[in-house]
Design a protein around this ligand. Sequence first.
Ligand SMILES: O=C(O)CCC(=O)C(=O)O
Length: 262
Amino acid sequence: MSASDLRQARAELREQGYALLRNAIDSDWRKRLRVRLEQLFAQEGANAGSEFRTEPEARRLANLINKGEIFHSVVRHPDVLACIEAVFTTPFKLSSLNARSANPNSAAGQPLHVDMGFLADDRGTKAINAVWMLDAFTPRNGALRVIPQSHRRNARPQEVLENPLAPHPDEIVVTGNAGDILILQANLWHAGLANRTDRPRLSLNCFYCRRDQPQQIQQKKWLDPEVRAGLDSGLRELLALDDPLNDELCAQPVETSGFMKK
Ligand SMILES: O=C(O)CCC(=O)C(=O)O
């Protein structure tokens, strides 16, 4: 990505609440990610996503750092990190790495929500999601609708809208090519649309949060000892594996989803 495209993406993420990084995933890497994720969906069957939540109208996988080295470089994508560093004013860590596949012919999309119910506080936004488009996102296959600048309202859609499932007059649908990455502040109002096609639509959700916030999935708890032993110091730091504050935060009851019930 050119320095000027990156500068623009950083500014859009701050001002609009979201930014699209074009052509940010190498195509061979994207294909290998897809193959690995489909293997995992097949292996995990009905348990897929159970470390986090399950969602009607979508398949999910969770705890992906534990499920292959191929995922370790995902969370360190330099352009994504450069963008989120433009928003966070304090140090950050990985909150979770999950996958989501919007089911074909789905009956409904997601309600407008903010991730984990997060609103900003005096230190700014608490979390940022990078949605890796492993398939193209089109208006018919379950792309995301977002309300630009809604991160500035600092309100939860379900508390102020009559019907968060309904179309919103200010929404725009963010489409992109396979290989693009959509980055959004957690408190931007957004929702995955229903997938009206006959093929699933796959993405990775690479979620980062401030170090004073709990992780969505406590990495230390969910990583197998042999995976943990193989991680370098940079990844240990990003996953907050040696961070007593993270242990403390994750021990409290946490609302991990903006709209999915347990
Ligand atoms: O479809 C996706 O990958 C993103 C969905 C989303 O924004 C969410 O589940 O909060």
